[in-house]
Design a protein around this ligand. Structure first.
Ligand code: SAM
Length: 205
């Protein structure tokens, strides 16, 4: 996924994104964030926060920083921040593959439906590890390529078309974790047959 095409695609989505995706994305965000054990005062980074669908899932006594490449998606997140008076939320335009934060700056880092959109998922995950404190939680919610050969073949076939819609289908979770040197504590699917996985990992650095 190239930066300019991602910006263009998500600029075009920004007005319809919540209408198109909220129903399937929000329950998974809510579950993942609910399991993060966020304590009062904790600093959370939400990578590729998009229109800020996740914003209402965070407790108001933590500090949430949301970053995204798309100014148009962030504008929608800002509207939610203003509407719901979310003083504990900061929103910044930034590349997930080049986070402008110090090492160990956050207590929790989450990326929902993002790692198959960024140009380099391993770099983005490595950046998430870098800015998250050692021993703390990293959470990924995403579609990953199936280990069922027949399904994987279909995913490979649809990949070029779906890239044009804004995401790729060919990211394999085991390879991603191995290359980013990360081990999952658990990998959950909310339904028996579900396109999306919720991955919890401890940042061993
Ligand atoms: C499918 S949306 C997911 C948005 C949000 N996390 C959610 O769950 O609704 C993918 C988001 O990733 C953002 N994105 C893509 N590439 C990025 C990058 N390199 N850095 C930061 N954000 C990026 C897009 O702008 C878009 O908002």
């Amino acid at each position: 996924m190239e930066y300019e095409s991602v910006r263009k695609i998500y600029h075009n989505y920004s007005n319809f994104y919540d209408f198109l995706f909220k129903q399937v994305f929000f329950p998974r965000q809510k579950y993942a964030i609910g399991e993060m054990n966020i304590k009062p005062g904790d600093k959370v980074l939400d990578v590729g926060i998009g229109t800020g669908l996740s914003l209402l899932c965070y407790p108001s006594d933590c500090h949430v920083t949301g970053i995204d490449l798309s100014a148009s998606m962030l504008e929608k997140a800002r509207e939610k921040k203003d509407k719901h008076k979310l003083e504990h939320v900061s929103l910044i335009e930034m590349d997930a593959c080049d986070l402008k934060f110090d090492d160990d700056e956050f207590d929790h880092v989450i990326a929902t439906f993002v790692l198959t959109v960024v140009p380099d998922p391993v770099k983005a995950l490595s950046e998430m590890k870098r800015v998250c404190k050692k021993g703390n939680s990293l959470v990924i919610v995403n579609h990953f390529m199936s280990d069922n050969k027949l399904v994987a073949r279909t995913e490979k076939f649809t990949d070029p078309f779906l890239r044009k819609l804004g995401w790729r289908m060919n990211v394999k979770l085991p390879e991603l974790l191995k290359e980013a040197n990360l081990e999952a504590d658990s990998c959950i699917r909310m339904k028996k047959i579900d396109l999306w996985s919720i991955v919890f990992a401890t940042n061993t650095k």
